[in-house]
Design a protein. Structure first.
Length: 212
């Protein structure tokens, strides 16, 4: 059985948030496949304290079997839950919007939790090496403007960032489904979104067929 982790990073309703709708379409398309073990990690619903000194203190105290504060225990529990979900997955699906040129803050916290030396990557004399190259990643992203042009691409810091981190982890099998321009071109918004949702279904169906 293939373990699929869907990281949902948009708390807007599907009627308003395009990536929330992409998530729904994707889940509907793969939901009937009994060969896929599908789990959703909703970063807006999880208890995920911000990554910082509390995390480092918690890691140190955990290794030395020292008592932790309530916050330290919370962040260690949250980080381990995210890490376990990520490491157990054969396929990781990220559904997230471009907000203010970057990713939503809770998704950043999820990435901070799984960005761990000795687990998802390691340092070597020749430089960092990713430790999870066997995973597949599917990116479901929406942005109201158009960032696929050479002029705008450098300003896109959501898909580029997630792809960079996954590559750092050694993952090369990365598929992208991006819906863009629906706010920039309101007269074609519904057409743009409908075409994008078809591509979401295709990505889900391809995953289903691989394991049929």
């Amino acid at each position: 059985m293939t373990n699929v982790l869907v990281v949902k990073a948009n708390n807007r309703p599907a009627s308003e948030g395009v990536t929330s709708k992409m998530y729904e379409v994707f889940m509907d398309a793969i939901g009937m496949d009994t060969e896929l073990d599908i789990n959703t990690f909703d970063v807006f619903k999880e208890d995920m304290p911000y990554f910082g000194q509390d995390f480092f203190d918690a890691m140190k105290k955990s290794a030395q079997a020292e008592p932790m504060t309530e916050l330290e225990q919370r962040i260690l529990t949250a980080a381990n839950k995210a890490m376990d979900a990520f490491m157990e997955a054969d396929v990781v699906v990220f559904a997230f919007p471009l907000w203010n040129k970057t990713i939503p803050a809770p998704l950043q916290t999820f990435i901070d939790y799984v960005y761990r030396a000795g687990v998802t990557f390691k340092y070597t004399p020749e430089g960092p090496v990713g430790l999870v190259p066997e995973k597949k990643v599917i990116i479901l992203n929406a942005r109201g403007g158009v960032y696929s042009t050479p002029e705008m691409a450098p300003a896109e810091m959501s898909v580029n960032y997630i792809r960079l981190i996954m590559d750092f982890f050694g993952i090369t099998d990365i598929e992208e489904v991006i819906i863009e321009g629906h706010n920039m071109y309101p007269d074609r918004a519904e057409e743009i979104k409908a075409e994008g949702m078809q591509r979401v279904e295709q990505a889900a169906n391809s995953l289903v067929k691989v394991h049929a």
